[in-house]
Design a binder for this molecule. Structure first.
Ligand code: PEP
Length: 262
C-alpha cells in the first residue's frame, strides 16, 4: 500500500475503551460523516476485540483500520499476542508500534519497536511508529537527543523503499492524556528535526513525502494551529477520538489548515 502526505492523516487511537455496541455506534457516526471528509486520510484504531466488527462496518468507505499493537511472529505459542498476519486477516491496514504507554507499562524498547516494524512491513501493513520525550527529558533539554535515538534505533536496517511505507508520530509523553499540548512551535521544531534526519538518511525527496503526525491532547481547539505547521501532516488522537463529534471536527479543521498551507 502506498502512502502520501498530500492529505492530512487523522487517526483515532481508542486505547482500552469501548464495548462492541459502543464501538459500533462510534464508527457508524464516523462512517456517516466520511463522504464529506475525503480530503483527509481517516483511520480508526480500536482495541483488538472490536477490529473485525469495525472492519465490516467501514468496508467500501474511505475509513481505514489500524491496531494499537502487534507482535513480530506470524504464529506460534505466544499466548496473548496478536500477529501481523492476524491483523491483516481482521482487515487492518495500519499498526501502531511503540506507543509511549506500551514503552512505559509494557517495557517496549527501541529494539522491540524495530523488530515489530520489520514484521509489520513484511505483511504490507503500515507501521505508525511513536516517539517522544518525557517531561523530565524536555526540562533537561534532551528532547532532540531522545527523539534522535528513538529514530536511529527504531529504524535500524530500514531501507529507502521501506521508509516510504512508515508513518512517524511525535507524541511528547507529557502531553498524552494530560490536556497539555505542545505549542505548534514546539511540535514543529521536533517535526522539522525528524524530517531533516530522514533527509540525511534517505534523501530529500523521500523525506519530503514522509507522513509525520503529532499526538498529545489533540482536540478541536488546537488542531488547526498544529496542522498549519509546515512539517505536521496529521494527528494521532487519543481521548478526543472517542466521541464522533470531536473526531469529525478535528478532521474538518485539519482539512482546512492543510488547504491553507499548500
Ligand atoms: C494517544 O493516545 O496517542 C494520545 C495522543 O492520546 P491523547 O490525545 O488523549 O493525549
Amino acid at each position: 500500500m502506498k502512502i502520501s502526505n498530500q492529505k492530512p492523516f487523522i487517526s483515532g487511537n481508542w486505547k482500552m475503551y469501548k464495548t462492541i455496541p459502543e464501538a459500533l455506534e462510534l464508527v457508524k457516526a464516523i462512517k456517516g460523516a466520511s463522504p464529506k471528509l475525503t480530503e483527509a486520510e481517516l483511520v480508526v484504531i480500536p482495541p483488538f476485540t472490536i477490529l473485525s466488527e469495525v472492519a465490516k462496518i467501514i468496508e467500501g468507505t474511505s475509513v481505514q483500520l489500524g491496531a494499537q499493537n502487534v507482535f513480530w511472529e506470524e504464529k506460534g505459542a505466544f499466548t496473548g499476542e496478536i500477529s501481523p498476519f492476524m491483523l491483516k486477516d481482521a482487515g487492518c491496514q495500519y499498526a501502531v508500534i511503540g506507543h509511549s504507554e506500551r514503552r512505559q507499562y509494557f517495557g517496549e524498547t527501541n529494539e522491540i519497536v524495530n523488530r515489530k516494524i520489520k514484521a509489520v512491513l513484511a505483511y504490507e501493513l503500515i507501521p505508525i511508529m511513536c516517539i517522544g520525550e518525557s517531561l523530565e527529558e524536555r526540562e533537561k533539554e534532551k528532547t532532540i537527543e531522545k527523539v534522535e535515538t528513538q529514530i536511529s534505533e527504531g529504524l535500524k536496517g530500514i531501507g529507502k523503499e521501506e521508509i516510504s511505507r512508515i508513518i512517524i508520530a511525535y507524541e511528547p509523553i507529557w502531553a498524552i492524556g494530560t490536556g497539555l499540548t505542545a505549542t505548534p512551535a514546539q511540535a514543529e521544531e521536533v517535526h522539522s528535526f525528524i524530517r531533516e534526519k530522514l533527509a540525511e538518511k534517505y534523501g530529500n525527496e523521500t523525506a519530503s513525502c514522509a507522513i509525520l503526525l503529532y499526538g498529545g491532547s489533540v482536540k478541536p481547539a488546537n488542531t488547526y494551529s498544529l496542522l498549519k505547521e509546515k512539517n505536521i501532516n496529521g494527528a494521532l488522537v487519543g481521548g478526543a477520538s472517542l466521541e464522533a463529534d470531536s473526531f469529525i471536527q478535528i478532521t474538518e479543521d485539519a482539512i482546512k489548515a492543510y488547504k491553507e498551507k499548500k
